[in-house]
Design a protein around this ligand. Structure first.
Ligand SMILES: [Fe+2]
Length: 266
């Protein structure tokens, strides 16, 4: 989703495909993917929700190289008609909403350097592909993303920041109640070993039942472990949300007013 530009460090630039659509990664970049995915997958059981793990198995990501977008799209298209499309690291709200409304998930194609191995503020291809694409094979989750994009196109630009919160607390940092306990499904948690353990096991964060209007009123910071997670009851709840009046929820959130941050200002 749209991010604030980095001002203090070098900017990452997405890699462009060649004429045949193939994106070339160096052996060092492929080794980085290998080390990221082989570190993350063993951490998933009992922390990621089971449908997410099953979806990841469907994606069948390679371990030895960065996956090609074409291969990722093939699996998504078979399941839900979605695809991924390469974009620069930063895109505007309108383009972001337009892509989601068209069932296309925007993906920055660069991979982090070793210097940023444990934490990267920008979304790199490990976050985008490993973190985001598995649940897009689920028709309920993907229907929510499509409805979200359509609502974004219909919304007034002054309300975009609230829609960003809705995406943040679901697709990026969502958690779900299961019979075994609260588990994660959001991409920002799935692509971070530290936040996966913290989100599921730490006593520090609040875990609130998901309520769309409450989410729209809740600010967040992108560069800290989240102080609040919203917990859905299952992907059915996202599907129901997709059928609901998202712009009406925004109106109600405005009427009630915004919550104060629970964190220190950046
Ligand atoms: Fe993301």
């Amino acid at each position: 989703m749209p991010r604030k530009p980095q001002t203090t460090k070098k900017a990452y630039v997405s890699k462009k495909p060649d004429n045949s659509g193939f994106i070339h990664y160096t052996s060092e970049e492929n080794a980085t993917w290998h080390d990221l995915i082989t570190r993350q997958v063993p951490l998933l059981p009992n922390r990621a929700c089971t449908p997410w793990i099953e979806a990841m198995n469907e994606m069948n990501f390679p371990e030895d190289r960065v996956p090609q977008l074409e291969d990722v799209s093939r699996v998504l298209t078979e399941h839900t008609g979605w695809s991924v499309v390469g974009v620069p690291a930063l895109i505007g709200f309108t383009e972001f909403f337009q892509l989601l409304a068209n069932r296309q998930f925007p993906v920055a194609t660069f991979i982090r350097t070793r210097e940023d191995f444990d934490y990267i503020q920008e979304p790199d291809i490990f976050h985008e592909v490993f973190g985001h694409t598995p649940p897009l094979t689920d028709h309920r989750f993907s229907a929510f993303c499509e409805a979200y994009g359509k609502a974004g196109l219909a919304a007034d630009s002054k309300d975009h920041f609230m829609l960003a919160r809705l995406f943040w607390f679901t697709v990026e940092f969502g958690m779900v109640r299961t019979d075994e306990g609260i588990r994660a499904y959001g991409s920002g948690i799935m692509s971070s070993p530290g936040e996966l353990l913290y989100a599921v096991e730490s006593d520090i964060p609040q875990r609130k039942p998901f309520d769309a209007v409450d989410v729209l009123r809740t600010p967040y910071r992108i560069d800290i472990f989240q102080p609040i997670y919203f917990v859905i009851e299952g992907f059915d709840q996202l599907f129901d949300l997709a059928q609901s009046d998202l712009l009406g929820h925004i109106k109600e959130a405005r009427r009630l007013g915004m919550h104060q941050p629970t964190y220190e200002a950046a």
